[in-house]
Design a protein around this ligand. Structure first.
Ligand code: NI
Length: 226
């Protein structure tokens, strides 16, 4: 499931982040990927032990913790602290799949990457190119969102970032291990949850909605792992 989540960060939060990021030192993005990724990755990143990345990442994690749509769609169990990247002057990232397992910094615990997120920190009119292209069974999807918005997609997808030919594309990106590993099951739970919520807004509570809510939780109980 591909899901656009608007307004994870507001305009002021994005501006405050950009003010810090635009005056920081970036490193070669190839330091954080495996051999296949390194061949196709041309961008700059903040190192994952960078104090600035840790500080700004915490702001994003706090915003997500208060975001019901992110919770409903990702059913997050563990999220890797957000990383930050920048593309300019033709930089790009060729087709790849994100690594399946990553270590949680500090604890060393493994996190399985079920859900990938990209949070845009540049306004689309401030750069040319830089589209995130995600491939699924329905074909290729081109994603370029307003600053502060997030795209959530299954980590199993092949994806790439097109060359940035004007301006700079600054984003945060991170991975989540979901309580529900399977993307189809996660998408079905999300659809059920969203329909229950819209029915409840229209009809108020009624016995059928209590039954459907119970059905949602019983499916989640069947399919979740923690
Ligand atoms: Ni990737």
């Amino acid at each position: 499931m591909l899901l656009h989540i608007p307004g994870v960060l507001d305009r002021e939060q994005v501006a405050a982040m950009r003010a810090r990021l635009d005056t920081t030192g970036w490193v070669d993005g190839r330091t954080t990927v495996g051999a296949q990724g390194a061949q196709v990755k041309r961008n700059r990143q903040l190192g994952d032990t960078s104090p600035l990345a840790i500080e700004l990442g915490q702001v994003i994690l706090t915003a997500l913790a208060n975001h019901p749509l992110f919770f409903a769609a990702a059913l997050p169990l563990r999220t890797i602290p957000p990383l930050f990247n920048s593309y300019a002057g033709g930089e790009h990232y060729g087709a790849h799949v994100d690594g399946a397992m990553r270590r949680l910094p500090g604890s060393g615990a493994w996190v399985r990457t079920d859900v990938s997120s990209t949070l845009f920190l540049s306004a689309p009119e401030d750069y040319d190119g830089g589209e995130l292209i995600i491939t699924d069974v329905y074909g290729e999807h081109e994603v370029k969102l307003p600053a502060g918005d997030l795209i959530l997609y299954p980590s199993t997808s092949i994806h790439r970032v097109e060359p940035v030919t004007r301006g700079a594309r600054v984003c945060s990106f991170f991975w989540t291990q979901s309580m529900v590993r399977d993307d189809l099951r996660r998408a079905m739970l999300f659809e059920l949850d969203q329909n229950i919520q819209s029915l409840r807004a229209r009809l108020g509570d009624c016995p059928e909605l209590v039954g459907l809510t119970g059905h949602y939780h019983n499916l989640l109980r069947q399919w979740s792992e923690a």
